[in-house]
Design a binder for this molecule. Structure first.
Ligand SMILES: Nc1nc2c(ncn2[C@@H]2O[C@H](COP(=O)(O)OP(=O)(O)O)[C@@H](O)[C@H]2O)c(=O)[nH]1
Ligand SMILES: [Mg+2]
Length: 279
């Protein structure tokens, strides 16, 4: 068998990548199973052990899951998450992606908490070529969501993307507001919201798990957007999230630019965790 020093090194890499203790242990016991099945000679090879660990990670992450789309009428995507994770940027990038596919896209400025947030979304709307529905600062976000859905229906838009607030006076208020926005959208457009994407900042490490728990309780998160993977952070917390909450990662952010959005690729993700080891 492979020496325990190598396994310890792998364990350290997983912890360093923010996978968390529990999921790290689960992954490592998972590879013991895999290695038992492979031939003894092979199992002494570090490369084989690493391969088994990557396979285990890919298995936990599950196959890539594309964004859901409405069968008819506008597809509604709510983008949620705590402040500064990259929600507004992700709305802009997604809008750009859909526009490039020839779709008609409307953004809803349902982060009404600060005027600057509305202006920031308008800038992204211009860049992406998406109309922005907005109200004044402090207005009811659900009312903005309602107007955005009305506008989308009136002109037969393909996508509604709602930017939401990450901070309010209280956490309870924020969650209530998101629930209400979701309810209003569901009344206006059948099956909506089709996606509720939770934006997580890869550099925020272990915090991602508690954020995912909180937001999922309030609004049934359907997928994760893992941002800021262009830095040194590996975003391993999504493994713990998939493991314990079963929320798939759908997209990743790899920069601040409009093109810096990619579909999540579990194999690439697993490779990136061990990038320094391979080098
Ligand atoms: N490096 C990097 N920066 C990002 C990424 N996504 C967003 N940002 C930056 O993170 C900061 C917060 O983004 P913003 O969209 O305003 O976050 P929000 O508060 O959740 O709406 C901004 O400076 C963005 O340019 C990413 O994938 N990579
Ligand atoms: Mg924002």
């Amino acid at each position: 068998m492979v020496d325990s020093e190598f396994l310890e090194e792998l364990e350290a890499i997983l912890i360093q990548a923010d996978v968390g203790i529990n999921t790290t242990e689960r992954l490592l016991s998972g590879i013991s199973e895999r290695l038992k099945e492979s031939r003894q000679r092979e199992a002494s090879d570090e490369e084989v052990v690493l391969r088994a660990l990557k396979d285990e990670i890919v298995a936990v992450l599950g196959p890539p899951e594309p964004l859901r789309k409405a069968e008819e009428g506008p597809t509604v995507i709510m983008v949620v998450g705590v402040n500064g994770t990259g929600k507004t940027t992700t709305v802009g990038k997604l809008g750009h992606r859909f526009r490039a596919q020839g779709a008609d896209v409307i953004f809803g400025a349902t982060d009404t908490f600060r005027a600057a947030a509305i202006e920031q979304l308008e800038i992204w709307g211009e860049r992406a070529g998406a109309r922005v529905i907005r109200h004044e600062e402090g207005h009811d976000p659900a009312a903005v969501a309602y107007d955005t859905c009305q506008a989308a229906k009136a002109r037969g838009a393909d996508y509604v993307i709602l930017d939401t607030a990450g901070r309010l006076h209280t956490h309870v208020n924020l969650m209530r507001e998101l629930e209400k926005t979701k309810r209003v959208v569901g009344r206006e457009i059948p099956g909506a919201p089709h996606e509720i994407l939770l934006v997580l900042d890869a550099t925020a490490g272990q915090n991602g798990l508690s954020q995912a728990k909180t937001f999922r309780e309030a609004v049934d998160v359907t997928g994760i957007v893992l941002t800021k993977l262009d830095g040194t952070a590996k975003g391993g917390i999504v493994l713990a999230i998939r493991d314990s909450l079963e929320i798939p990662v759908k997209l990743i952010g790899i920069g601040e630019g409009i093109d810096d959005l990619r579909d999540f690729d579990p194999i690439e993700f697993a490779d990136a965790i061990f990038y320094d080891l391979d080098a």
